[in-house]
Design a protein around this ligand. Structure first.
Ligand code: ASP
Ligand code: MG
Length: 421
């Protein structure tokens, strides 16, 4: 029937019992007539433990050695999964990233896939086998093992689905799909049945769990991705609810969608948040060409990644520049900014480390006005001060006090009626 690529996250295969459970689901889907390639993460918190172990031996482990070490986590899970599938009477074969034909660049710890030649995978599938592939890894031209960055197994799965021309990529995890907001913060958050790539990308980059690179890849190659829970018993794939991430078609004049669907396209899809945001402000920066570059270049060199940047309109040729970084980077960012400030003759640097970001996402925003004012009004009515604002075509983000972040998420979820289907 169909060729499916399935990915199982670390929590879903954290122990032998869960590996057996997942093996049962895989064998069930194979018996239904599908060709199946499976990508697995490392069991439970294996990757964290390996990193800790390495750091207990070397403060800054050699990147090549670290990658080879971390790749073993996924080797453990793919081999055990193949054994579990075989125990159930089906034929399975496990493969490393290299065996699966995943070629990467040489950027250890954050390698990019440069080519994927799945001929061995395809040959095994053609022989009727279930292929179980170690996620998160590949090899360089020189046969050095690389890893794709934390959470990289999602990327492996989507890349394989694209290379194999799979019908879809199914990402199974410990949550049952993508929600309108984090259910731990908003009790009446609803699971979405579908979402577009662009919206999912904004959600993924701002909190909801799925590797953003995987979504980008899926969007580029038009691979539909189903995100669903792994806990349920094996049933037919059609019965699994989950959230489908795919190309959402825009209704055209000729074939109008039903009113319900059209309205759905007009609304906010989800509210997402990020804790631990810090803001650095450099005051009274001389306003002349090249100054902003001289502020941000040293941050790049210092490996500090900057999110939101705001530069005020200048008064008397002086302007304030504010930007946000992760709280963990705040100390380094402040040190660098102070040095730069004195070099360029700015007045002072101040930081605020107790902030968070709340974001509304929805493709409908690009055509309809009023989203921003509705967001600001809702926050104002709840007594929440907005510290900074940024927007993209399909997202509005407000930086607020971290202490009010959960309340901000709840207020916006209600204001945009996300609890209603
Ligand atoms: N095991 C790797 C990690 O923990 C990759 C993954 O889970 O996707 O980051
Ligand atoms: Mg993971």
């Amino acid at each position: 029937m169909a060729l499916l690529v399935q990915k199982y996250g670390g929590t879903s295969i954290a122990d032998a019992e869960r590996i057996r459970h997942v093996a049962g689901r895989i064998v069930h889907d194979r018996a239904a007539g599908n060709d199946i390639a499976v990508v697995v993460s490392a069991m439970g918190s294996t990757t964290d433990e390996l990193i800790e172990l390495a750091r207990s031996i070397a403060a800054a482990p050699d990147p090549r050695e670290l990658d080879l070490l971390l790749s073993t986590g996924e080797l453990v899970s793919c081999t055990l999964m193949a054994m579990a599938v075989r125990e159930l009477g089906a034929d399975a074969v496990s493969m490393t990233g290299a065996q699966a034909g995943i070629r990467t660049d040489t950027a250890h710890g954050r390698a990019s896939i440069v080519a994927l030649d799945p001929k061995r995978v395809r040959r095994e599938l053609d022989r009727g086998r279930i292929v179980i592939i170690a996620g998160f890894q590949g090899t360089t031209e020189d046969s050095d093992v690389t890893t794709l960055g934390r959470g990289g197994s999602d990327t492996t799965a989507v890349a394989l689905a694209a290379a194999l021309g799979a019908e879809r990529c199914e990402v199974y995890t410990d949550v049952s799909g993508i929600y309108t907001a984090d259910p731990r913060v908003v009790p009446d958050a609803r699971q979405l049945s579908e979402i577009g790539y662009e919206e999912m990308l904004e959600l993924a980059s701002y909190g909801a769990k799925m590797h953003p690179r995987a979504i980008e890849l899926a969007a580029w190659y038009h691979v539909p991705v189903l995100v669903a829970g792994s806990a349920e018993e094996a049933g037919s794939t059609e019965e699994r609810p989950g959230t489908l991430i795919h190309d959402l078609e825009t209704p055209t004049g000729g074939e109008m969608a039903s009113t319900g669907e059209m309205e759905a396209r007009d609304r906010v899809s989800g509210v997402t948040y990020e804790r631990g945001v810090a803001r650095i402000t450099i005051r009274a920066v001389p306003d002349r060409p090249g100054i902003v570059a001289s502020v941000f270049e040293p941050l790049t060199w210092g490996n500090v990644s900057v999110d939101t940047i705001v530069q005020n309109a200048s008064a008397d040729r002086l302007t304030d520049v504010s930007f946000t970084v992760a709280k963990a980077d705040a100390g380094a960012a402040l040190d660098i900014s102070r040095r730069v400030a004195s070099e360029i003759g700015a007045a002072e640097c101040v930081s605020d480390t107790d902030l968070g970001a709340v974001t509304i996402v929805g493709t409908g925003m690009q055509n309809a006005p009023g989203y921003a004012s509705r967001m600001f009004r809702a926050l104002a009515d709840a007594g929440i001060n907005i510290e900074m604002i940024t927007t993209s075509q399909i997202r509005i983000t407000c930086i607020v006090a971290e202490a009010q972040l959960d309340e901000a998420v709840r207020v916006l979820h209600a204001a945009f009626e996300l609890d209603k289907p």
